[in-house]
Design a protein around this ligand. Structure first.
Ligand code: CDP
Length: 219
C-alpha cells in the first residue's frame, strides 16, 4: 500500500486528449473521475449569467465559493465564449483557492483520477502517479475543430487554432498555478497516437509503478 494518495494526476494543454484518457484510466482503476476544467468553466458560466465581467476578481471569487456540483451539469460549458472566460477566471488566485478544497475533497474517500492544468503541481503534488499529456498545436487544434463540428458548431480552423494557442499561452504564463509539467510527471505526446495507443502508454507507466498489475487484461 502506498503512502501517497491514490490519485492519478493528468495535466496538459487544451485538446491534448486528457479527458478521453482520464475517463478510460478511471474506469480501469475503478476510481472516480473529475474534469477540473469544468469547475473553471462553471464558475465562468455563473459569472456571465450574473452579468459580471470574467475578469472581476471579487465577483469571480463569490461565484467560485457558491459553486455546487449541479453547476457542472450546466449546458453550454464548452462554447468559445466560455473557453475564454474560464481561462480569465482561472488566472485569479482567489478563484483557484476557492476551488482547491473541492478538488482535494473529491479524492478523499476513494482516491481519484483528475485532469487539469495544476493537478500534479499544486492540487496533489504527492499524487501516486502523474501524467503530462500533450500534442502538437496542429493536432490539438484539429481535434478541437472536429469536436466542434460534431456538435454542430461552425468555426474556422484558423480561428480555433489561434484561440487555443492564446489560451495555452495565458495558462502557461499566468502567475497563479501556471500550466507546466510536474518534475516527476511522465510525458505522453499524443500527436501520433490514437486513443487506444495513448491508453496503452499510460497503462504501461502505471504497471511499471506497480499500480496497475493487470495491465494486459484491459488492452
Ligand atoms: O477542454 P480544454 O482542454 O480546452 O479546457 P479545460 O480543461 O476544460 O479548461 C478550461 C480552462 O480552465 C483552461 O484553459 C484553464 O485556464 C482552466 N483550468 C485551470 O486553470 N486549471 C485546471 N486544473 C483546469 C482548467
Amino acid at each position: 500500500m502506498s503512502a501517497r494518495p491514490n490519485v492519478l494526476a493528468i495535466d496538459g494543454p487544451a485538446a491534448a486528449g486528457k479527458g478521453t484518457l482520464a475517463r478510460r484510466l478511471a474506469a480501469a482503476l475503478h476510481l472516480p473521475y473529475l474534469d477540473t476544467g469544468l469547475l473553471y468553466r462553471a464558475v465562468a458560466r455563473r459569472l456571465l449569467d450574473a452579468g459580471a465581467d470574467a475578469g472581476d476578481p471579487v465577483a469571480a471569487e463569490a461565484q467560485a465559493r457558491a459553486l455546487t456540483t449541479a453547476d457542472l451539469d450546466a449546458p453550454n460549458l464548452r462554447t468559445p465564449q466560455i473557453d475564454r472566460a474560464a481561462a480569465a477566471v482561472a488566472s485569479l488566485p482567489l478563484v483557484r483557492a476557492a476551488l482547491l478544497a473541492f478538488q482535494r475533497d473529491f479524492a478523499t474517500a476513494h482516491g481519484a483520477v483528475l485532469d487539469g492544468r495544476d493537478i500534479g503541481t499544486i492540487i496533489f503534488p504527492d499524487a501516486r502517479a502523474k501524467l503530462f499529456v500533450t500534442a502538437s498545436v496542429d493536432a490539438r487544434a484539429r481535434r478541437r475543430w472536429l469536436e466542434l463540428q460534431q456538435r454542430g458548431v461552425v468555426a474556422a480552423f484558423d480561428t480555433v487554432r489561434d484561440d487555443m494557442q492564446a489560451r495555452d499561452a495565458a495558462d502557461a504564463s499566468r502567475a497563479a498555478a501556471p500550466l507546466r509539467p510536474a518534475p516527476d510527471a511522465i510525458l505522453i505526446d499524443t500527436t501520433a497516437l490514437d486513443a487506444d495507443q495513448a491508453f496503452a502508454a499510460a497503462i504501461a507507466h502505471l504497471a511499471a509503478l506497480g499500480w496497475y498489475a493487470d495491465a494486459n487484461e484491459n488492452r
